[in-house]
Ligand binder design. Sequence first.
Ligand SMILES: *Cc1c(COP(=O)(O)O)cnc(C)c1O
Length: 483
Amino acid sequence: MQNPMPERLLYELSAPGRRGVRLPESDVPEADPLPKKLRRDEPAPLPEVSENEVIRHFVRLSTMNHHVDRDYYPLGSCTMKYNPKLNEVVANHPWFADLHPFSSTRYSQGALQVLYELGEMLKTITGFPAVTLQPPAGASGELTGLMLMKKYHQERGQGERNRVIIPDSAHGTNPATINFAGCEVVEIPSGADGTLDPDALRREADDRLVGMMVTNPNTLGIFESRITEISQIVHDAGGLMYLDGANLNALLGFASPEKMGFDIMHINVHKTFSTPHGGGGPGAGPLCSVDKLDPYLPTPVIREEDGTYYHDWVRPKSVGKMHGFYGNFLVLLRAYAYILATGKDGLEAVARAAILNANYLRVLLQSDYELPYPDRCLHEVVFSADRQAKHGVKALDIAKRLLDFGVHAPTVYFPLIVHEAMMIEPTETETKETLDRFIEIMRRIAKEAEENPELLHDAPATTPVRRLDEATASRKPNVRYEN
Ligand SMILES: *Cc1c(COP(=O)(O)O)cnc(C)c1O
């Protein structure tokens, strides 16, 4: 076979007669052959390859993209922590993996118990008395939450309330969700220290308010220290407080969203409770809330009575169903395994180490990169590439150059309020040596920006593909290895 291109050489590995496995001689009588019309005229064109080549092929493919099992992955806001392999063993166990979603309650008591107990754990962690596990992602949790908030106002005869306030540092899903829920986005500016400004909020808080969506710690990684005052202003206007709980990793064991004055929040369990999520799914976005929103939670809700678990479908005020079946069960199961294995003290240790690691980077990278909000941070820190911009180097160039060192880039150009933003979330599962290596690489790149900016404009030079047109790559992906 001709292999005109090197890429082809890497994929066209088949050679006639080569084998991966040899099947034993059949020890049962041969069955009648299929009727002729159901049979192929020619054998299927399957590759003929040895086991060795198959293994090498897939191992090679698995290292062409960056992933958290390959090297460091400080992608801000995404919490790319290590995902214990034990959770995969649990989620792949046939007792769970083979359970049909339509199995009767009687034959799925174990699975229902897992879901029920996970719900109880999430209530304890957040301080809220009500929970649903149904939304399949953070953004879906946001939508469900807003639907609940709207329904709450409707039930009280205030269905005309239509505005939702967000700060200018909000994650992109927040305004998108608000639009999707048919509400109006009202954006307020953050204060000079990067936190919520009560005066800016007061100007917008009135009887048109459905509520406010807040991330705490915010997307700068800074704790909203005036959050109880903020909650009070929203509540005084008759609105509800929604917490985008994507940054729960920083609060575990320390802080109760309920005590901060929030009424409802989602949890990105794939982030905080360690489901592999680099490829975009599946995830889960359970919602926890105060009692007054409980009647509107999606159906069904799991209940327990005398040691028996069941689905409660009789919820006349519910917003209905938000996802097929009962949510992404195997993601929720991983979260359950993670929380059980980590324990209460372990969860607190997770938050401590995540915060310590981010502050370590904050202090040691300040000499080389602009730090627009220099206060102590929680689990992530946002730098700016403004100093490098003087040499014509942008945050995107730095992000691409990092790939040459085998490290994933931070989140760049978010939050929007930081010019040339680089948002770094080290997570708790990295060693000091890994953080030191990252610091060394970042310092070297800062030096390269001064001395040889062209090098950064051309990066990455060592990856399987060079700089892509990212919009086209995601809208019209070309996944063929030949043109
Ligand atoms: C990840 C994230 C979301 C969205 O969560 P998904 O599970 O990806 O839908 C929302 N807000 C913040 C701050 C996030 O980091």
